[in-house]
Design a protein around this ligand. Structure first.
Ligand SMILES: Nc1ncnc2c1ncn2[C@@H]1O[C@H](COP(=O)(O)OP(=O)(O)O)[C@@H](O)[C@H]1O
Ligand SMILES: [Mg+2]
Length: 491
């Protein structure tokens, strides 16, 4: 709309002087509809934007009642409104308030309007001017937004997981129904409170540091504490393990963090049950092995030894003319020697009775010695002679050293090995380092290779961890850390 686009509807109508022509031009260049009516609510001025918005031309509307622009059902309200306005004598005010004003176009279509009204007294009586803005688009956007918000909150409300949002100050600004049942606080109790109320005291500062770090990394979402389980605090004071993921968005009012939380009490409980079962299964296997080893050693080896004694007696007491029988008996004796040796070895491999009879240190010393004898590889053992460990720790340590040394013998081509066993206040640390050819730890495992896996399993069943550090040409370092927190662990 331009001032130079020929006589405006208003200007041509008023046939006025320069000043009113300029005013009319100004009105016509406005993007809002500007309509003036007299005290009888008849239109006396109607600009270009009004033509565009309502679809009536200026010529059609001049002299018409304002009612023509208002839907029938709002007409009464509107004229009351104007009358009241006229009576108060206030010169201008906004009509919209919270309730929208409605207009009707020439096409009959109704639409929402933002309106303000002003009045002046002239010699011809009061004139009212309304400024009207078509807010169809704005209202539509707001409705879409409201719908989206409604859908989103329905989603949040129906979620099985607790969903909680906190602002920059870590105050709760969103708290869904699942959060209510998880934590036992109602929404009213939780909203506006610090997130701290849902976290056990001893984790609070760590948690805050975590959120701050997360805020500065600008990552938009991540799972908090991937490996470690987080702990929540219910209204009842009960603590429980949970799994969490956290996301952040920059809102107008600052950063907003949203955490999604899931109670994993049941999962943790069943994992713990499986773990206990596996520990017991290992103990049962070991005790079976112990029994068989002891029988082999005590019964079989001893009977064989007795047999050997008898054979020696027979050989020594033979009449002189039976040389061929003596040779036969010598053969029997060497077979018996080998069988006794094999029986002892099988028994020891099954379960070294030393472990039960003389303790872990002696058993490991024996293991290291026989490794060196068998392979010719020098093996240094660093262990406190006084070290003692209860079951199942002693067996676990022994088996881990056993498997590690078996691997060195089988794969490493090493010339030196060092075994370290150290007990700290609350853990046992175990290292087996060799200077052999090493291997690619990331390479896929051969299906038949269960040694390292079993080793890891043994450690993890006791809540321990295993670190295997190796590269082709670099030797191999196995480090195991097992916490000694089981009841009765401190032998
Ligand atoms: N000390 C070591 N030196 C070199 N390679 C090793 C060593 N320990 C393990 N490995 C490699 O890791 C693989 C997996 O070992 P393991 O799980 O004990 O299975 P297995 O001994 O039955 O092959 C071995 O096949 C070997 O290639
Ligand atoms: Mg192996």
């Amino acid at each position: 709309m331009s001032l130079n686009a020929g006589p405006t509807p208003l200007a041509s109508l008023l046939q006025a002087d320069d000043a009113s022509a300029r005013l009319a031009g100004l009105l016509d260049s406005a993007t809002d509809a500007i309509v003036t009516m007299d005290a009888g609510q008849r239109i006396v001025q109607y600009n270009r934007a009004a033509e565009r918005i309502f679809g009536w031309s200026c010529e059609q509307m001049l002299g018409q009642p304002l009612h023509r622009l208002i839907p029938a059902q709002f007409q009464q309200v509107h004229s009351d409104h104007v009358k009241r306005f006229a009576a108060t004598g206030v010169t201008s005010r906004h009509m919209g308030g919270t309730a929208l004003v409605h207009g009707v176009r020439a096409s009959g279509e109704q639409f929402p309007l933002d309106a303000s009204i002003s009045q002046i007294d002239t010699s011809d009586g009061k004139l009212f001017t309304v400024i009207l803005r078509d807010v169809t688009e704005k209202v539509r956007i707001e409705q879409d937004k409201a719908l989206l918000v409604a859908r989103l909150s329905a989603l949040v409300e129906s979620a099985m997981d607790a969903i909680i949002s906190v602002n920059d100050a870590q105050h709760i600004v969103l708290y869904n129904r699942a959060a209510e049942s998880l934590f036992g606080y109602s929404r009213q109790q939780a909203m506006g409170q610090s997130l701290d109320m849902l976290i056990p005291q001893r984790f609070r500062s760590r948690h805050q540091a975590h959120v701050r770090r997360f805020a500065t990394t600008h990552v938009t979402s991540r799972r908090a504490g991937d490996a470690t389980v987080l702990w929540g605090l219910r209204a009842s004071g009960e603590e429980f393990p949970m799994e969490a993921s956290i996301s952040q968005v920059d809102a107008d009012s600052g950063k907003l963090f949203t955490v999604i939380l899931r109670d994993i009490t049941e999962r943790v409980r069943s994992q713990e049950a499986v773990r206990r079962f596996a520990v017991q299964a290992h103990a049962a296997i070991e005790s079976d092995k112990t029994r068989v080893a002891r029988e082999l050693h005590d019964e079989l080896a001893q009977s064989l030894t007795a047999l050997k004694m008898d054979a020696i007696w027979m050989r020594d007491n033979l009449p002189h003319n039976v040389q061929s029988v003596a040779a036969k008996i010598d053969d029997m004796l060497s077979i018996l020697d080998a069988t006794v040796g094999a029986t002892r070895r099988i028994a020891a491999d099954l379960r070294p009775l030393l472990l039960d009879d003389l303790g872990l240190v002696s058993a490991i010393q024996w293991l290291v010695q026989s490794f060196s004898q068998r392979t010719g590889v020098a093996c240094e053992l660093v262990v406190d002679e006084e070290l003692e460990l209860a079951e199942p720790y002693a067996t676990a340590v022994f088996r881990i050293v056993q498997e590690s040394l078996a691997n060195v013998a089988k794969h490493a081509k090493a010339t030196r090995v060092r075994v370290d066993v150290e007990r700290t206040f609350d853990a046992v640390l175990l290292k087996v380092n060799d200077n052999g050819q090493g291997f690619a730890t990331q390479a896929p495992r051969k299906p038949a290779s269960l040694g390292l896996m079993g080793l890891r399993e043994r450690a993890e069943l006791l809540r321990g961890s295993v670190q295997i550090d190796s590269q082709p040409g670099e030797g191999t370092r196995i480090a195991v850390n097992i916490p000694l927190d089981e009841p009765g662990a401190n032998a």
